[in-house]
Unconditional design. Structure first.
Length: 165
């Protein structure tokens, strides 16, 4: 696999827009940014309809929305340890669509991809197109994000559920 699913590294976020409906029955046309602004902890993840078994380490990952930035505190196993990385990116909210800045400089990532991936991939082979992200649920305690992205000609869908902390 020549591309990295930076969505998962950036937030399963990430979060990294389409259409949305929310549990507050706002008609599905718009998200109240004030309700989105907070810190959210990952609860579950599905990839292409299949539940992903999250480790205790994975479950410590959070995403924080401010007025103009997404702050991803990712957690992953590396070298037998639960490691964390922090990635901050500007975002825009248009109705129910979240768009994260697409101009990501790999040198600005909080981890060295060479160290992380070793001989598996050359950084020159990384091609990143931000996923299309749709908020499907937003209420007092729950945020559900559906992201679609393409990799090597295939389309993938991730649904990530978060709880407000």
């Amino acid at each position: 696999m020549k591309k990295i699913k930076l969505f998962l590294a950036i937030a399963a976020l990430v979060v990294l827009g389409n259409s949305c409906s929310s549990d507050d029955d706002s008609g599905g046309s718009s998200i109240n940014q004030e309700q989105l602004i907070d810190t959210w902890q990952i609860v579950s993840l599905t990839e292409n309809g299949e539940a992903v078994e999250l480790t205790e380490c994975d479950l410590t990952a959070t995403v924080e929305f401010t007025e103009d930035e997404i702050i991803n505190n990712n957690a992953f196993f590396f070298g037998g340890e639960c490691e964390t990385s922090r990635f901050t990116s500007p975002y825009t909210l248009d109705g129910n669509m979240i768009s994260v800045g697409a101009d990501i400089d790999l040198d600005d990532l909080p981890i060295d991809l060479g160290d992380l991936l070793g001989e598996f991939i050359d950084e020159e082979d990384i091609d990143f197109d931000p996923p299309v992200t749709e908020i499907t649920t937003l209420n007092e305690m729950t945020l559900v994000i559906r992201s679609t992205f393409e990799e090597e000609g295939d389309t993938f869908e991730n649904i990530t559920t978060y709880r407000r902390i």
